[in-house]
Design a protein around this ligand. Structure first.
Ligand SMILES: [Fe+2]
Length: 379
């Protein structure tokens, strides 16, 4: 299924046409608790309540718990909604995807990934409206949820939203740190997708566009945001989302999750801590430790292309230019400044940062010793 996407200032206005074209009557609106008002969606979508029967679901934790999904599914079914609209950040959009998916498919919440896709039914019309430029969740066919502290991912082609509305005006009120961290998430997703063992021509085209949009606009969008920079970052996030929709992410994302879960570092910031070292590590791949089927020289060429996109000529330069970009965007690059200081802290990250799927996507085999060395280097 192809997604229809609208990317522009005030594209939220497209929603009126989409709803009437699809003869929608009852809307299930998934949103964040505070972000919905903070981004002024409450004002911009006032007409929605006047024209449609709207059930709002915003009473869930930031990292969606499966029990919250189950409550959402129940409410959705009770009201027989014929459309799901998600307005919020990545986890709000993930929540909407999960509610739509589990409402159409009575899987008892155990069967997260369906091997036999022929038995999966399409959900209702799903419209994703991101309010932060970063996750790209509106462009992917997977969704993250938690059971307690354990992270799970549901993946199926029917999970991809039918419509994505990317309106940079919605992210205009976000604090600088959030802009920096989510912009960096987009950059890291694009770079990881580019080097992923699953990359193809299409995903690499999306990645390249995202990288080329982030590099000249990230700092501007943080320190002195203007409409052009915000639009560029919104587009970048969407393209990065389209890229990982094909490839998924790789090792920096895997290693970042415990940094977020245990040390409260924002997701994009946590990934950004790891990615510069991983770029250098992947660039030194040999035939003895290459992953995937394309060989070490293909991977080295791929990394060289990334180095060139960064405007650098070698791995060390690329690594420091990424770190400089982070600093200019106001993001700390040393672990010790973020409360990650002791050997025990480092071991906690290693212990919990080896999601087999994500690590396997990395173009160079990763050992615990290699990750330990990288973490100690940025301590
Ligand atoms: Fe991410």
């Amino acid at each position: 299924m192809e997604q229809v996407a609208f990317v522009n200032h005030n594209s939220i206005e497209e929603l009126r046409t989409i709803l009437s074209q699809n003869a929608v009557k009852r809307v299930f609106l998934v949103s964040g608790k505070r972000s919905f008002t903070a981004c002024r969606a409450n004002v911009k979508l006032r007409w929605l309540r006047e024209k449609y029967q709207v059930i709002k679901f915003s009473d869930f934790e930031v990292n969606p718990q499966l029990k919250d999904v189950a409550r959402g599914v129940q409410l959705f079914k009770q009201n027989d909604s014929d459309c799901v609209i998600a307005v919020g950040g990545g986890s709000v959009i993930d929540m909407a995807k999960l509610i739509n998916y589990f409402s159409a498919n009575d899987l008892g919440f155990h069967n997260y990934t369906i091997a036999d896709s022929s038995s999966v039914r399409e959900g209702k019309l799903l419209i994703a409206i991101p309010t932060t430029s970063g996750s790209g969740s509106e462009a992917t066919h997977f969704a993250v949820f938690y059971v307690g502290r354990v992270k799970h991912s549901a993946a199926h082609e029917t999970i991809l939203p039918d419509v994505a509305i990317i309106d940079p005006n919605l992210s205009s009120s976000q604090p600088p740190y959030i802009s920096a961290a989510s912009g960096l998430d987009a950059l890291c997703q694009a770079i990881e997708s580019y080097w992923s063992i699953h990359s193809d021509d299409e995903s690499k085209t999306y990645s390249r566009r995202a990288i080329e949009l982030v590099l000249p606009n990230l700092v501007q969008s943080v320190v002195a945001p203007n409409p052009a920079a915000r639009l560029a970052m919104a587009e970048a996030a969407h393209f990065a989302g389209k890229a990982i929709n094909i490839t998924k992410t790789t090792a920096p994302h895997a290693i970042s999750y415990p940094i977020t879960a245990y040390f409260n570092v924002a997701h994009g910031h946590a990934v950004g801590l790891i990615l510069p070292s991983m770029l250098e590590f992947n660039g030194l791949v040999t035939s003895a430790d290459v992953s995937g089927s394309r060989g070490a020289s293909y991977v080295r060429d791929t990394i060289r292309e990334i180095v060139e996109m960064l405007g650098e000529t070698d791995l060390v330069g690329a690594r420091s230019s990424l770190q400089k970009l982070m600093k200019n965007a106001g993001l700390e690059t040393r672990l010790s400044k973020l409360g990650i200081d002791s050997d025990e802290d480092i071991e906690l990250i290693i212990e919990n940062g080896f999601n087999p799927d994500r690590v396997r996507n990395n173009p160079r085999l990763l050992t615990e010793e290699a990750v330990r060395a990288m973490l100690n280097e940025i301590r």
